[in-house]
Ligand binder design. Structure first.
Ligand code: S3P
Length: 424
């Protein structure tokens, strides 16, 4: 599919909602499968990546239903998954394969975890190595999927994560639930802490002391989950980016998760000059939720590095699109992890903005965008849902077509109609 958004001739305005948070959805399905009893989770998003987790759990013998946005799963507890030896296909979803690996290990199950060609290229040694230190029996080639996992007893470990990754930390936290004794994990940046919050709400002994996380092997079953998922800030980011790009816009997204480990994009857009306000703050499933309004203003370039990179790790395609319309040169550093996402996102952002005529520079650990230089043209999504949406956003201010844009259904199938509803 080739996507060309009409260039905006007037400000964007309106109040909209976005689907439930994908990170929380992955965890809710998986942890519900590990609980005793039936879980019910509302506002559950239906997209490519969330189907990956549900499909993989189904292959392992724990089916779920999704009707009217409500996910229902009858948990199998911490017993081995019913379909011993099955291959669970995780599609394009790294969160699915990495978190599921922790659960297969913790439950002493036998399984093969595999995925798309793209997923097979992403690094799994970052989980395999520490899982083996815990005692797990995992075979794989070159540190990549497929992962062949066989049952083995696990011991709690102390482990300093060499990369600031919530997927790695979560995988290890889940595995630690099935280990003997206590585990201690140290992470050097504020990665998203949804796993800690959700597991604690289900009765697990998980303590978060700054950059140290302690997990006790489970002594009693996990309680089932009941609640409503907050809206996905990672989807809302594209609507905020659109509002920031189109002068005079004012857009509100209601019921968005504002966990501080995820709100880096709001800080970046504020620093670029946009006016961001939060209203009606409340709690859902142990997570902070708010209605967020972004009002456009003159945009200026910013420098982004350090913790702010981690807190906006998925939002750089959207940030790069906004930077293309800001005054000055935006620079991103200390962001090498972007090379290990759905694509090498540093190379992809640089190549696609360049294809649209923008002046960009690639660094080993980031990129720079000179605002005001983008002219228009044809960009390619390269199998990356976030790249598809962010390049399409450039079309609000220049003639842009995005090839391969159907990939956006992986995460935000309602992107085009939601954006369309904001036209005035
Ligand atoms: C995620 C963590 C991040 C993020 C991904 C979802 C999660 O990956 O990029 O989209 O749900 O834990 P890393 O942990 O590899 O940084």
């Amino acid at each position: 599919m080739v996507l060309s958004l009409p260039q905006a001739t007037s400000p964007l305005a309106g109040v909209v909602k976005v689907p439930g948070d994908k990170s929380l959805a992955h965890r809710a399905a998986l942890f519900a499968a590990l609980a005793e009893g039936e879980s019910e989770v509302a506002n559950y998003p239906d997209s490519g990546v969330t189907r990956a987790m549900r499909g993989a759990l189904d292959s392992l013998g724990v089916p779920s239903s999704l009707e009217g946005g409500v996910l229902r799963i009858k948990g199998n507890g911490m017993r081995p998954f019913p379909n011993s030896g099955a291959t669970a296909y995780c599609g394009n979803s790294a969160t699915t394969i990495r978190l599921l690996a922790g659960a297969v290990v913790a439950t002493r199950s036998t399984a093969v975890l595999d995925g798309s060609e793209g997923l097979r290229k992403r690094p799994m040694d970052r989980i395999v190595e520490p899982l083996r230190q815990m005692g797990a029996n995992i075979r794989c080639k070159g540190g990549c999927a497929p992962l062949h996992i066989s049952p083995a007893p696990l011991e709690g470990i102390g482990y300093d994560l060499p990369v600031a990754s919530a997927q790695v930390l979560s995988c290890l936290q889940i595995a630690a639930l099935g280990a003997e004794g206590e585990s201690r994990f140290v992470v050097n940046a504020p990665v998203r802490d949804h796993t800690t919050r959700m597991l604690r709400a289900m009765g697990a002994q998980v303590a978060d002391a700054g950059r140290e996380v302690f997990v006790e092997g489970l002594e009693k079953p996990l309680a089932p989950l009941h609640g409503t998922l907050p809206g996905d800030i990672s989807s809302a980011a594209f609507l905020f980016a659109a509002a920031a790009i189109v002068p005079g816009s004012r857009v509100t997204v209601e019921g968005v998760g504002v966990n501080p480990t995820r709100t880096g994009v709001l800080d970046v857009l504020s620093r670029m000059g946009a006016k961001v306000t939060l209203a009606n703050e409340r709690e859902e499933m142990g997570e902070s939720v708010a209605d967020i309004t972004l009002a456009a203003a003159q945009l200026r370039a910013v420098e982004i590095s350090g913790d702010l990179v981690v807190r906006s790790i998925d939002e750089f395609p959207a940030i790069a699109a906004v930077a293309a319309f800001a005054e000055g040169r935006t620079e991103v550093h200390e962001a090498k992890e972007l090379r290990y996402k759905e694509t090498d996102r540093i190379a992809a952002i640089v190549a696609q903005l360049r294809a649209l005529g923008a002046e960009v520079e690639e660094f080993d650990d980031g990129f720079a965008v000179q605002g005001g230089t983008l002219k228009g043209g044809t960009a390619r999504a390269n199998g990356d849902h976030r790249l598809a949406m962010s390049m399409a956003l450039c079309g609000l201010r220049a003639p842009v077509s995005v090839e391969g844009a159907e990939i956006l259904n992986e995460s935000f199938p309602g992107f085009v109609p939601t954006l369309g509803s904001l036209e005035t």
